[in-house]
Design a protein around this ligand. Structure first.
Ligand SMILES: Nc1nc2c(ncn2[C@@H]2O[C@H](COP(=O)(O)OP(=O)(O)OP(=O)(O)O)[C@@H](O)[C@H]2O)c(=O)[nH]1
Ligand SMILES: [Mg+2]
Length: 434
């Protein structure tokens, strides 16, 4: 009689109890071999997993997630080929057309008249374009674009762009229509970084980075940030090592494109609070990118004030007027601001030599940074439907912040270098290796 051996596969009780399957010794041998193979496979997978670090870019719409992904391609993959550059032209032309259409529409609402007689025909031409599927690229189209952009009424409307929805790259591309309309035009890296195209499906890139004699493989997921896109986020939460959360520091005077009654900054803080307190992301650290610091500086220079935003939300936020920026906080911001004097070796002298940065820009950026860090410490809650967890709940993850200008490759390169060490350290800690 064959010896009866019991082997138990997943989920059954103690040996001998119900639910087991009785196997012959031959079957048991095969099962043991299969088990060994499975263990080998799991070990291999674990090793693979150690090498492939999954990062997830999160943040509200237009916060700069795809721009960071493009920077990763420029910095860590071979950048953009000539063919890929040419492919971007249609998006750039769409950006030009969309910018002018937004402004022509807003001029009507804001009661700003066109100043030049001939601009009327150009505005009508653009409005006719709105109904067309295919973007016109004739000389006539470009002449109308140039004429409209030169109109002082359109420029006045541009200065009030926080009152309606206008893409960030409008001025950048409208200022270079002459170059874009040339038949020899090939977009530069900067043009590609500035070009706006909404993300509506999950994008994924992979690249290797040499680190301490090893090749560390990164897998980066870029998702759409607008309200309708966020239900897809959970699909990519599994085995994430770190989240890069993009918070737009310049959006305090803007409303959402998808819901013009809602403040962009409030939305960004709310979503951040949700991510930080999400139970699926409990062991996942967040790298907070306080982005668009260049646009923030331009806005402050134009006289836009954070206080107006705070006045619209009485009793929600800590006092701005009396908030004080420490010298360390100032140094952190100034060091990240584009256009620093790289040759100055001492951090403090490098920071104090930046007299070109308005103190109000620093104060606003630091105040916004503190709103995010207060959420992390449980001292500020924006979304009343979220029950913030106690401190102990957060002990296995952390949040580190960086000031960023996503269209500046030097700035992003520096930030990514800092992040890489943090990400690898967090990952090794999680696997009990550190
Ligand atoms: N000047 C400036 N422009 C930026 C910065 N970051 C992003 N942008 C621009 O902002 C626009 C939106 O950036 P995206 O990267 O497309 O934003 P996103 O977060 O991917 O948006 P969704 O795909 O809708 O979620 C683009 O035109 C970018 O060039 C920045 O730091 N400075
Ligand atoms: Mg995107």
């Amino acid at each position: 009689m064959q010896q009866q051996v019991m082997a138990c596969f997943g989920g059954c009780g103690p040996e001998g109890e119900g639910g087991g399957v009785y196997l012959s010794s031959h079957e048991a041998k095969i099962a043991r071999m299969r088990d060994k193979e499975l263990t080998k496979l799991l070990n291999k997978h674990h090793k693979e997993d150690m090498k492939r670090l999954k990062l997830l870019l999160l943040g509200t719409g237009e916060s700069g997630k795809s721009t960071i992904t493009k920077q990763m391609k420029i910095i860590h993959i071979n950048g953009y080929s000539f063919a890929e550059r040419l492919e971007k032209i249609k998006d750039i032309i769409r950006n030009v057309r969309e910018s002018l259409l937004s402004m022509v529409g807003a001029m009507h609402q804001l009661n700003i008249p066109l100043q030049n007689e001939e601009s009327r025909a150009s505005a009508d031409f653009m409005l006719n374009q709105a109904a067309r599927q295919v973007t016109d690229t004739s000389d006539e189209f470009w002449d109308h674009c140039e004429r409209l952009w030169a109109d002082p009424g359109v420029q006045q409307c541009y200065d009030r762009s926080h009152e309606y929805q206008l893409i960030d790259c409008a001025k950048y591309f409208l200022d270079k229509i002459g170059e874009i309309r040339s038949p020899n035009y090939a977009p530069s890296d900067q043009d590609i970084l500035r070009c706006r195209a909404i993300t509506t499906s999950i994008q994924h890139i992979e690249f290797d980075v040499p680190d301490a004699g090893q090749n560390v493989k990164f897998s980066v997921y870029d998702v759409g940030g607008q309200q309708g896109e966020r239900k897809k986020w959970i699909q990519v939460f599994d085995s994430v090592v770190a989240i890069l959360y993009l918070g737009d520091t310049s959006c305090f005077d803007q409303t959402l494109r998808e819901d013009t009654k809602k403040s962009r900054l409030i939305e960004s803080l709310e979503i951040f609070e949700q991510v930080w307190n999400n139970r699926f992301l409990r062991p996942v650290s967040i790298l907070l990118f306080l982005n668009k610091i260049d646009i923030l500086a331009e806005k402050i220079a134009k006289g836009r004030k954070l206080q107006q935003f705070l006045d619209q939300h009485p009793g929600v936020f800590p006092d701005y007027e009396t908030s004080v920026v420490s010298s360390y906080e100032r140094m952190e911001f100034v060091e990240s601001f584009p256009g620093g004097h790289e040759h100055t070796s001492k951090r403090r002298s490098r920071s104090s030599s930046r007299t070109d940065i308005n103190p109000d820009v620093v104060k606003t950026a630091v105040y916004i940074k503190n709103l995010f860090t207060k959420i992390v410490r449980g001292e500020l809650s924006i979304n009343k439907t979220i029950q913030p967890h106690p401190k102990e709940w957060h002990q296995n993850h952390s949040c580190e912040y960086f000031y960023t200008c996503a269209v500046d490759t030097n700035n992003v390169k520096k930030v990514l270098e800092g992040c890489r060490t943090l990400i690898i350290r967090k990952h090794l800690e999680r696997f009990g290796i550190l």
